[in-house]
Design a protein around this ligand. Structure first.
Ligand code: 5AD
Ligand code: SF4
Length: 462
C-alpha cells in the first residue's frame, strides 16, 4: 500500500537534490511524495545550518508537526515517522534528540543511502534513531537510480563536502571532506536524465570546481574535461556548475568556457570580501587582485560571461576601510546577480571565537549599502537586454494562461506568451521589458534550437 511522504527542504540546491534522492531511496518501501504534511506517514525536514536561526526554525516546525503526529495517532490513522535530515541534524543531532524526543530519526547528509535500515529501526522501537556518521562507503555508490524525471532543468551532484575551511563556514563540518564522484557514474546519470527529457544540467557541489574524478579511461579528469564529456551527450543543450572557489578555477575549465557552446556564459564565483586582510582572516587563500585576475582570464576566454557572487559583510574585525574595499571590488567586477549576507557566528567555526565581533547596526548599514550597489548592477544588467533577442529554455507554465517561463543563458527568469508545446525547448525571445528579478519578452519569429554547431532555425512558432 502506498504511504505518504512529505519532505520540506531548506537551503542550497544540494539539499533540493538530496531531497529528491531521499524520495528515490524510500520509493521501494512504498513511500510516495505528497504536498502537505497533514496525515503523512513520514515527514522529513531537510535542514540548512549555514546561517543563523536555522535550528530555531527547525524546532518551531517540529512543534507544529508534533500536533499533526498526535492527531494522526488519535484518529487511528497509524504512526507518523518524523525525521530531521541535513546539516542541522549533522551539527546538532544530539540536541534535537534531547529537546524533541518525539522525533523518530535524526540523520546527516552522508547517511541517506541507509534510510531503509533507519526506517526499519525506527518502526521497531520507540525513541529516536540518531545517525550522524561519515560512513567509509560513498552514499552515491548505494543510492538507487533516480526514480522520477527531474524535468527540463535538472541538478546533478558531482562533488560533496569541502576541504577549504573558510573560518566562517560550517560546511566542512556538516558535509565532511571533499569527495568527487567517478566520471563514469556522473556521465551515466546525465544520460539517464537526458533520456528522461532533461535539456539542462546544473552540476552541483559545495566546491564544484575542485571536482576531480577518475574517467572511464583510468586518467584523472578535472571539471573542464567532465564538461566536455557531458557536452557530447545528444540532446543535452545547456551545462552549468555551481558553486565554485576562485582557487580551483583551472586553465582547462576556463578554456572550456571558450570552447564548449553548451557551457552557459554565467558563473557563480563567490569572493566573500574585497579586503585582503579580511580575506586572509577568512582563510580564503586568495587576494582581491587574484580574484580580479581570474575574472579577467575568464572574460578574455568568454567575453560575454556574466558573474554572480556571494558576499559577507561584518566579518569580525572588518573596518570601514575593509568594507570600502568590498564595494570597490564589486564596482570593478560588475555582477549580474549576487547574494549578500550579514556575518553570522556559527558554533564550532574559528571565526565565531574571534574578538572584534561587530554590532548588528554596523552589519545592517553595510549590508544595505552593498545591496544597493549590487541591486543597481543587477538592474543595469537586466536593462541592457531590452530590445535584444535571447535564447530561452522554457521550463514551466506561467501564472497567467498562455504564458511560459524559462531561463536565459544568464539564468534570468524570462516570461513570454507562448504555446505550451514550446515547453522543454530553447526559443529565441525578444526582450521587451526588464524588471529587477526577471525579463518580459515575446517569442521572436522562428524557433531556434541551439546546438554544438550553432543556432539553427527549426520552425515557425506561436
Ligand atoms: N555568515 C554569513 N554568511 C555565510 N555564508 C556561509 N557561512 C556564513 C556565515 N557564517 C555565506 C557565504 C557562502 C554562502 C553559501 O553563505 O557567502 O558563500
Ligand atoms: Fe564553506 Fe565554500 Fe569556504 Fe568550503 S569554500 S568552507 S563551502 S565557504
Amino acid at each position: 500500500m502506498s504511504k505518504k511522504l512529505f519532505i520540506k527542504t531548506w537551503g542550497c540546491q544540494m539539499n533540493v537534490y538530496d531531497s529528491a534522492r531521499m524520495a528515490d531511496v524510500l520509493a521501494p518501501l512504498g513511500y510516495r511524495p505528497v504536498d502537505e504534511p497533514d496525515g503523512a506517514d513520514m515527514v522529513i525536514l531537510n535542514t540548512c545550518h549555514i546561517r543563523e536561526k536555522a535550528s530555531e526554525k527547525v524546532f518551531s516546525e517540529l512543534g507544529r508537526l508534533r500536533q499533526l503526529k498526535d492527531v494522526k495517532a488519535e484518529v487511528g490513522d497509524g504512526r507518523m515517522i518524523l525525521a530531521v535530515a541535513g546539516c542541522v541534524a549533522q551539527a546538532e543531532g544530539e540536541e534535537i534528540v534531547a529537546r524533541a524526543p518525539f522525533v523518530d530519526m535524526v540523520f546527516g547528509p552522508q547517511t541517506y543511502h541507509t534510510l531503509p535500515e533507519m526506517v526499519a529501526k525506527a518502526s521497531r522501537k520507540a525513541g529516536s534513531v540518531l545517525n550522524t556518521d561519515f560512513p567509509v562507503e560513498s552514499k552515491f555508490d548505494f543510492l538507487p537510480d533516480e526514480s522520477a524525471s527531474q524535468g527540463v532543468s535538472a541538478f546533478l551532484a558531482v562533488q560533496e563536502g569541502c576541504d577549504k575551511f573558510c573560518t566562517f563556514c560550517v560546511v566542512p563540518y556538516t558535509r565532511g571532506a571533499e569527495f568527487s564522484r567517478p566520471g563514469a557514474q556522473i556521465v551515466a546519470e546525465a544520460r539517464r536524465l537526458v533520456a528522461g527529457g532533461t535539456r539542462e544540467i546544473n552540476l552541483l557541489g559545495q566546491n564544484v570546481n575542485a571536482w576531480h574524478g577518475e574517467g572511464p579511461d583510468g586518467t584523472t579528469w578535472g571539471l573542464g574535461r567532465l564538461v566536455r564529456e557531458l557536452a557530447d551527450i545528444d540532446g543535452l543543450e545547456r551545462i552549468r556548475y555551481t558553486t565554485s572557489h576562485p582557487r580551483d578555477m583551472e586553465d582547462d575549465l576556463i578554456r572550456a568556457h571558450a570552447e564548449v557552446p553548451q557551457l552557459m556564459p554565467y558563473l557563480h564565483l563567490p569572493v566573500q570580501a574585497g579586503s585582503d586582510r579580511v580575506l586572509a582572516a577568512m582563510n580564503r587563500k586568495h587576494t582581491a587582485d587574484d580574484y580580479r585576475r581570474i575574472v579577467d582570464r575568464l572574460r578574455a576566454a568568454k567575453p560575454d560571461l556574466a558573474l554572480s557572487g556571494d558576499f559577507i559583510v561584518g566579518f569580525p574585525g572588518e573596518s570601514d576601510a575593509d568594507f570600502a574595499a568590498t564595494l570597490r571590488l564589486v564596482t570593478d567586477v560588475g555582477y549580474a546577480q549576487a547574494y549578500s549576507f550579514k556575518y553570522s557566528a556559527r558554533p564550532g567555526t574559528p571565526a565565531a571565537l574571534e574578538h572584534g565581533q561587530l554590532p548588528e547596526d554596523v552589519k545592517d548599514a553595510r549590508l544595505a549599502a552593498l545591496q544597493q550597489l549590487l541591486n543597481a548592477q543587477q538592474q543595469a544588467f537586466n536593462q541592457s537586454f531590452v530590445g535584444r533577442t535571447v535564447p530561452v529554455l522554457f521550463d514551466r507554465v506561467g501564472k497567467r494562461a498562455g504564458q511560459l517561463l524559462g531561463k536565459s543563458p544568464y539564468l534570468q527568469s524570462v516570461h513570454a506568451d507562448a504555446n505550451e508545446r514550446l515547453l522543454g525547448r530553447i526559443v529565441e525571445v525578444r526582450v521587451d521589458a526588464a524588471h529587477p528579478n526577471s525579463l518580459a519578452g515575446s517569442v521572436a519569429t522562428g524557433e531556434y534550437r541551439s546546438s554544438a554547431t550553432g543556432t539553427q532555425p527549426v520552425e515557425a512558432t506561436v
